[in-house]
Design a protein around this ligand. Sequence first.
Ligand code: MTE
Length: 329
Amino acid sequence: MLIKRMREWELPERLVTPESVFLNRRAFMAAAGASAAIAGTGGFAGITGARAEEADPSADLYPAARNEMYKVDRPISEEQYNLTYNNFYEFGSHKKIYKAAQELQIRPWEIKIDGEVEKEFTIGIDDLIRKVTLEERVYRHRCVEAWSMTIPWTGFPMNKLLELAKPLSSAKYVRMETFHNPSVAGGQKGNWYPWPYAEGLTIEEAANELTLLVTGAYGKPAAKQLGAPLRLHVPWKYGFKSIKSIVRFEFTSERPTSFWEQLQASEYGFWANVNPNVPHRRWSQANERVMGDPTYERSWETVPTLMFNGYGEHVAHLYKGLENEALYM
Ligand code: MTE
């Protein structure tokens, strides 16, 4: 008789999702017919994110030159894997959302800059992209669910956005928001989630040299399931901080409450810095399963998680004097 042993990283959905949310969703799925949400209708040009007829107006900017400052001692995750194993709850609370995500229309795409700034404004993604210089950076990506990938992102330092936004000195945080459109994102029909997805950083975190606003990956414009046309990547924090498909940057003096924090503050805090020594309330963070790595693919190997995901030399100073805060959840 075969007995399948559950591995450490292989967390059942009820363990990585707040229980109340999981139970509510189960009730909803039973009522609505879960398969409809998962089914892809096909007809897409592969899983790159683009339908054949959609030409990306920024395509000429790719591939961007790689910034060799940020070295990673791991193989890059296979692109196909990265494009088919995603968290994007707007399109479903499972990993296979890539077909559903193709419904998202990423042009025109307006981004609002507001709150405590010299002058509020709205800018189209293509205007924004052409005001900055795109570069490629290979970063580790560590999900709070204890899996990781290594991804060649294309984007620009968030510092450049701060230069354009001109926050006032009273602005201590930047709150970011994802689109809200339940007619294309079926997950947003569920009112048990506090849509739209929102995240926040301190101004110092946003200005850190590592903080990247991502427009592409693997040498081309980002696929929709990765959070096109503009997402964040903060490599020293758990992946849920890296908000996708951003439509708003609001500068504020109040610490914003993020999506997951609103759902389950005892498990998902504001800081969410990677730390192998501080377990999640329901599982260890000491190791991670390396996904989409040709070396480990389909093996069950895990590797030790690194403090600040290996980026401590760039960011540890940001947290001096904050030792009493819940910095690692
Ligand atoms: N952003 C939005 N808008 N919606 C989401 O569900 N999931 C987060 C983050 N950003 C999420 C999001 C989580 S939990 C992770 S781990 C990463 O996106 C996953 O990014 P990936 O699918 O590119 O690996």
